[in-house]
Design a protein around this ligand. Structure first.
Ligand SMILES: Nc1ncnc2c1ncn2[C@H]1C[C@H](O)[C@@H](COP(=O)(O)OP(=O)(O)O)O1
Ligand SMILES: [Mg+2]
Length: 194
């Protein structure tokens, strides 16, 4: 399996909830033809399927907590294999959420070539999420859960950035700017990979 995807670029897309990861990933897909895998979307699809596993996941996500590592990693891996023959690159959006998740990913799948750190202020993220909550239908886009997700982001996910910074693969993206300006910075980071 690792063989099948070893030539494809792996990009981790890391940032707080509402920072704009999904928005930028969509634009990368449109321009570069990468495969976008959002761990949250994969999990929500499982919930929507109504399976027993989905029900357990929903309870965890509603509380703003992290779901078990193996569950997420298996889903990402299956989704990557499914696209292995056509994919030039993979955007792994919303994963790793903690350093351990990154280590496990590398053991089972491969090393990232780049980490896009989508950076916005807490205040900005809250505003965007509350707004997104008006239409997203996401059970976790409410103020109480948003606060928990932000706390968990600062505690568990920021160390991920420090971990990969040591390898020199982190590109910090100022996501306070308008979407298209953010993308201009993103494009430079992706173009460096070629
Ligand atoms: N640079 C930007 N300026 C203004 N709004 C933005 C933005 N990037 C994203 N948004 C909006 C779109 C969404 O409604 C909301 C959250 O964006 P998202 O891409 O869904 O975030 P994430 O996937 O990181 O949780 O904020
Ligand atoms: Mg998202």
């Amino acid at each position: 399996m690792a063989d099948k995807i070893k030539d494809a670029k792996i990009v981790f897309v890391v940032g707080g909830p509402g920072s704009g990861k999904g928005t930028q990933c969509e634009k990368i897909v449109a321009k570069y033809g990468y495969t976008h895998l959002s761990s949250g979307d994969l999990l929500r699809a499982e919930v929507a399927s109504g399976s027993e596993r989905g029900k357990q996941l929903q309870a965890i996500m509603q509380k703003g907590e992290l779901v078990p590592l193996d569950t997420v990693l298996d889903m990402i891996k299956d989704a990557m294999i499914a696209k292995a023959d056509v994919s030039k690159g993979y955007l792994i959006d919303g994963y790793p959420r903690e350093v351990k998740q990154g280590e496990e990913f590398e053991k089972k799948i491969g090393a990232p070539a780049l980490l896009l750190y989508i950076d916005a202020k807490a205040e900005t993220m809250v505003k965007r999420l509350v707004k997104r909550g008006e239409t997203s239908g996401r059970a976790d886009d409410n103020e109480e859960t948003i606060k928990k997700r932000l706390d968990l982001y600062y505690k568990a996910t920021e160390p991920v950035i420090a971990y990969y910074e040591k390898r020199g693969i982190v590109r910090k993206i100022d996501s306070e700017l308008p979407v298209d300006e953010v993308f201009t910075i993103v494009e430079k980071a992706i173009d460096e990979l070629k």
